[in-house]
Design a protein around this ligand. Structure first.
Ligand code: SF4
Ligand code: SF4
Length: 350
């Protein structure tokens, strides 16, 4: 199971789609629970992946070290804005399996939303982490300024990220005209899907997660809830010891599954009712539990995003017959297409 462990509510940046640190009364900036309690829970999970999360998790490197020294997990990783990498000693980095770094694509797009010079700092730190043998994953936020094809290809061509995923800046921010923007976005998805297929023909799997994650769901396991695993294959532990289904839902009662002292209960049926009869539910799993519950853009906004999701899924799965042939011809092995997003804390459905 995936364990997203908050190390602090503090962040050193103020990206415009996020707003920076959490208030201390919502996510304290220090750990308020006994490490022994979380040790018991994580170590009783035989398939544990621990991902340090925040705020900016590297704003509390001491806790990361204490955790890694005391709590055994199968995999360790971090979701970081990539600017405070030097605060964690190299010996701890070398014990990490993966690092997800926030970068939105091209330099001007990243700096516009995340701050001056952030792109160069993140690229430099990603190179450093990669030199230590850590798997690097680019974590993009896609806004109305993004050109999905150009921005993803830019990151692929940098050659320093092993995997790439993105989330659309929709539902939880101010409403914007996603409908008009989506035409170009879906054109970009077509180009990326074509690129993915061309590389498959050469026997290479390019780890564009919103594509690979759907292909994997087709051949292997359908998503029974949000592909991120929220509440059924993934839990988030806040600095005050609450256990939540989704790390974004820090203020919402519906997200509380328990706490580190008394334990937790996973969701039994994580697929939302509205999705039960959807033709693409096996690929989508309800997209995002948080936006499904909160619906900040109202019913109409929700349906707009839903339409985009369905179109994107159909574009990607349209290449399945060609992939079948590549498998039959021995150009690609089926096992190369298997991907579990909860091993990496990636998002399949943007
Ligand atoms: S496309 Fe929409 S209705 Fe269908 S499973 Fe995804 S979120 Fe649910
Ligand atoms: S995709 Fe949605 S439900 Fe899953 S972790 Fe992200 S915000 Fe939470």
């Amino acid at each position: 199971m995936l364990w997203l462990i908050f190390t602090s509510g503090k962040c050193n940046l103020v990206c415009d789609y996020c707003g920076g640190s959490f208030p201390k009364d919502i996510i304290p900036w220090k750990i308020n629970y006994d490490l022994k309690n979380i040790k018991k829970l994580v170590e009783s999970d035989k398939n544990s992946t621990v991902i340090f999360y925040g705020g900016e998790p590297l704003s509390n490197p001491k806790f990361i070290m204490e955790f890694m020294d005391n709590v055994k997990a199968n995999r360790y990783g971090i979701q970081t804005n990539g600017t405070l990498v030097k605060l964690l000693p190299e010996e701890y980095w070398k014990r990490m399996n993966l690092a997800l770094l926030s970068i939105d694509g091209r330099r001007e797009i990243t700096n516009k939303h995340r701050g001056k010079n952030i792109y160069d700092v993140v690229v430099k730190n990603a190179k450093y982490l990669k030199s230590l043998g850590i798997e690097t994953i680019a974590r993009m936020t896609v806004t109305q300024d993004s050109d999905i094809y150009q921005d993803v290809m830019h990151l692929i061509n940098l050659g320093i990220f092993d995997k790439i995923h993105w989330q659309l800046n929709v539902i939880w921010t101010e409403k914007w005209d996603v409908q008009s923007w989506s035409e170009k976005y879906l054109e970009g998805i077509k180009l990326l899907t074509q690129y993915f297929l061309e590389k498959l023909k050469e026997g290479k799997v390019i780890k564009i997660i919103p594509i690979l994650g759907l292909i994997s769901a087709h051949y292997f396991e359908a998503y029974k809830g949000s592909p991120c695993g929220a509440g059924y294959k993934s839990v988030s532990v806040t600095t005050d010891g609450r256990i939540l289904s989704c790390p974004i839902a820090v203020r919402e009662e519906w997200a509380v599954l328990g706490n580190v002292k008394s334990g937790y209960k996973l969701l039994e049926d994580p697929l939302p009712d509205i999705c039960k009869k959807c033709e693409v539910k096996n690929y989508c799993g309800g997209r995002c539990l948080y936006s499904m519950k909160e619906k900040y853009w109202g019913e109409e906004g929700f349906l707009q995003v839903d339409e985009i999701t369905k179109k994107y899924i159909k574009i990607v799965i349209s290449i399945i017959p060609e992939i079948d042939k590549l498998i039959r011809d021995g150009i690609i092995r089926l096992s190369q297409l298997k991907y579990d997003p909860t091993l990496d804390s990636t998002e399949v459905i943007p």
